[in-house]
Ligand binder design. Structure first.
Ligand SMILES: [Zn+2]
Length: 274
């Protein structure tokens, strides 16, 4: 595989909580769930620490083992938990979490795994590419977002509503009937979407955190097919630039109500050699 990527924090002076790592036959993308100001947690570790530690662990595992991806993810979650369960109280659900996408080429097949709301796109040559996104968070979140969406962005009322919203969603995290992400429970790996496809059926793939997928899924600037074209012709940073332009044109979320004005955005373009 040939991999090109770009990753930008929501604001230049804040840490990027997305993680992207790749080798010639593996890609790992994580989106750390940001914790709004005013939240206290019994875990002293940052979201960035979590996404980068789990992400690099998964990439290392993928280079050493051909085992099933959910198994590697479960091992990775267990490993990272063991790095702080003796210093932090991880039993109260306040510990950092992240979405995960893993993509691996082994011989003549591609294996993939998706947990949480990052997006994997497989271009099989059909007019419409395959779009894989675990939408359980969206299903759970939509009914709780009415108040947040009605308030103008960048106001104290909006910030307060966002804190409430995140707190409400916390009750649905890693529960049956809720949504699943990587955090401290290795069983979350069993909830991931997974698949395998022959390499010769895939021309290219793209992997996006929601901050970059918003170009299609929220702002509707382009369709998925065009997104793949932008990635191939102009590169992943061109896609993120278009997302930021859209966000700057709507700083208070009037046209596109959203919980954050900007989000960390990562876009990965993968050329697959069949
Ligand atoms: Zn911790």
């Amino acid at each position: 595989m040939r991999v090109a990527f770009a990753s930008e924090p929501a604001y230049p002076d804040r840490p990027n909580e997305d993680f992207i790592g790749a080798t010639a036959d593996a890609v790992v993308l994580l989106d750390g769930a940001s914790i709004p100001p005013g939240f206290t947690s019994a875990c002293s570790h940052s979201v960035r620490w979590y996404s980068h530690t789990l992400g690099s662990t998964l990439l290392a595992e993928m280079t050493q083992s051909a085992g099933p991806l959910p198994e590697l993810l479960a091992q990775g979650i267990k490993h990272v938990t063991s790095l702080h369960d003796f210093t932090c109280d991880l039993t109260h659900g306040g510990s950092p979490s992240a979405t995960v996408i893993m993509l691996r080429q082994i011989a003549d097949r591609l294996d993939w795994l998706a947990l949480g709301d990052s997006t994997l796109i497989l271009d099989t040559g059909a007019p419409e590419p395959m779009v894989i996104c675990d939408d359980r968070l969206e299903q759970v979140a939509a009914p709780h977002r009415t108040r947040l969406d009605s308030l103008p962005g960048r106001t104290p009322q909006h910030a307060e509503a966002r804190r409430e919203y995140v707190e409400t969603l916390g009750a649905y995290r890693n529960r049956d009937g809720g949504f699943w992400v990587a955090s401290t429970d290795p069983l979350a790996a069993d909830q991931a979407l997974t698949g395998t496809i022959p390499t010769n059926q895939v021309h290219a793939a793209a992997v996006l955190t929601d901050g970059a997928a918003d170009a299609v899924s929220r702002y509707r600037l382009i369709a998925w097919r065009q997104l793949l074209d932008v990635m191939t012709q102009d590169g992943p940073s061109a896609l993120i630039r278009r997302v930021r332009e859209a966000e700057h044109s709507d700083p208070h979320g009037e046209r596109w109500p959203r919980s954050k004005t900007h989000d960390d955005a990562t876009a990965v373009n993968v050329m697959v050699h069949g």
